[in-house]
Design a protein around this ligand. Structure first.
Ligand SMILES: [Zn+2]
Ligand SMILES: [Zn+2]
Length: 503
């Protein structure tokens, strides 16, 4: 009574044999072949029944909408081309990891092949790449051990049975990019692709890149309401009287960080400054030369984080006899929101984990990196599932109203856990893009703030602040609501949007 493992998500191809997979027979469907001398092939049968009580059951809806969730037995193929009739039977097991089945081959209800127990496994491959600056000899920090990552997905006690196999014979280095931001994603992917060596496992492989900063910039207008005076030509500018400090802040006085210190090329061209204007009371506008606007004030973090500029008005044309008043208006690039811990391209097989944030020279801790990595890999495998959320009609309505809709019906995903949020993409994001799990946390629609203690790796942020000043960090493991969803996932790489397209 053999106990077999079947890696149901991988096709029967030699490249997937190895690392504990003994032959192509152990991949994809189960296969039976029998030759008969005199018997009638029609009497041949393969029966398969769940074994034990630990199997996860798909809902009726899941079984109805996606073939990968079903036990499938194509018709027996009978070959009569030779004098010895031959029958072949293929058996596709449902996708769910950790499920076990008893398989019997019978002839005229007599067992002709001994009962076998088969356990369902899934496998994906990954390669680790980290950014490295050869001039500064600076390697970004990375997880030295990937065991926490692999264990979270195998999870033998919960029977996730998702094996993540590191491939590529060692860590790869890629070009150092200080910050991955709005406009250099193509460069990031090009450079990562140069380092990536395991494309032969496509579409079952993911690149895991450890990067530096992850942040975006956005343009912002600062209207300084303090009235400044341009003296007449009869007066001297005082030694420093022509210089004014302007806070980069919104109309409520909330400070914003200047986009500086995050991209060396941006810094060289003073990319953070679009324009500076002096608007006189009578409405006349004077351009303030870019050289007359400089960053000032204390930096908030060890590597930067500035919120003030110094503006000199000495080059504003002065009048002969009278002084005049006006205000300074600036258009600048600021940090958009905050720094990101990591991201997973929704439609590409690439994950990145940022290891620095907030101009802080102290890198993320191992547990922070692990939490981010598991979260992003969770997205790759299809978490948080929302296959039962068919919003096609709703989407159609939104489209007719001219609104953009990015939500897709994904029948190959399991039913959503009741803790799902953000699945409507733009309608019900609750501050986080993509499908996430709110276990243990609460969203306040009025304030837009989260409270409580996140209980799942698929929470959309790395922590809540509740009460203010107290951080409740997001765990690196899946919650009890997500566990059955992880088990049910169909890891067929040709279906999963995070695997089927190369970065
Ligand atoms: Zn996420
Ligand atoms: Zn969860």
């Amino acid at each position: 009574m053999a106990n077999l493992k079947q890696w149901v998500n991988l096709p029967k191809e030699s490249r997937y044999v190895g690392d504990g997979i003994s032959s192509e027979e152990r991949l994809d469907f189960l296969y039976f072949k029998h030759k008969f001398k005199t018997a009638k092939p029609a009497s041949f049968k393969v029966s398969i029944v769940p074994s034990g009580s630990g199997n996860i059951k798909y809902s009726k809806e899941e079984l109805k909408r996606h073939a990968g969730f079903r036990l499938r037995k194509p018709p027996v193929q009978v070959s009569t081309s030779t004098s010895t009739p031959k029958v072949e039977q293929e058996m596709f097991l449902p996708a769910a990891g950790g499920n076990t089945y008893k398989v019997k081959a019978k002839y005229n209800n007599k067992v002709v092949e001994s009962t076998t127990t088969v356990e369902v496994w899934r496998r994906l491959y990954y390669e680790v790449i980290s950014m490295y600056d050869p001039i500064k000899q600076y390697p970004v920090p990375y997880l030295s051990s990937m065991s926490g990552f692999e264990n979270a997905f195998v999870n033998s006690s919960k029977k996730f049975n998702i094996e993540l196999k590191e491939k590529g014979n060692g860590r790869k280095k890629m070009k150092f990019i200080k910050t991955i931001h709005n406009t250099n994603h193509a460069e990031f992917r090009d450079e990562a692709r140069k380092a990536y060596t395991i494309d032969s496992y496509y579409p079952y492989a993911v690149a895991v890149v450890f990067s530096n900063f992850l942040a975006d910039y956005v343009d912002f207008e600062v209207i300084d309401t303090v009235s400044r005076s341009i003296p007449s030509k009869l007066f001297h500018w005082g030694a420093y009287a022509d210089e004014f400090v302007v806070n980069i802040a919104d109309i409520y006085g909330r400070s914003k960080y200047i986009w500086e210190g995050l991209d060396d090329d941006h810094d060289k061209t003073k990319f953070w400054l679009f324009s500076a204007t002096f608007v006189a009371k009578d409405g006349r506008q004077y351009t303030i030369p870019k050289d007359d606007v400089t960053i000032t004030g204390a930096k908030t973090y060890s590597l930067g984080g500035y919120k003030q500029v110094k503006v000199s008005l000495k080059n504003i044309p002065r009048q002969f006899f009278s002084s005049f008043e006006g205000t300074i208006q600036l258009k600048v690039n600021i940090l958009d929101g905050g720094f990101t811990g990591g991201f997973s391209y929704t439609n590409l097989n690439l994950i990145t984990v940022g290891t620095l944030s907030w101009w802080d020279s102290t890198p993320s801790t191992n547990s922070e990196m692990l939490q981010t990595l598991n979260h992003e890999m969770g997205h790759k495998v299809g978490m948080v599932g929302y296959g039962d959320k068919d919003h096609r009609k709703k989407n159609e309505k939104l489209r007719k109203q001219g609104k953009s809709v990015s939500f897709e019906f994904r029948p190959e995903l399991p039913d959503a856990p009741k803790t799902l949020y953000g699945e409507h993409r733009g309608v019900n994001n609750q501050g986080h893009l993509g499908p996430h799990c709110g276990k243990g946390a609460k969203f306040n629609n009025n304030t837009g703030e989260w409270s409580g203690k996140p209980g799942c790796v698929m929470f959309g942020s790395n922590a809540t602040e509740d009460p203010v000043g107290t951080y409740n960090f997001t765990p690196a493991t899946f919650c009890d609501q997500c566990e059955p969803v992880v088990r049910k996932l169909d890891l067929n790489g040709t279906l999963l949007s995070g695997l089927k397209k190369r970065f």
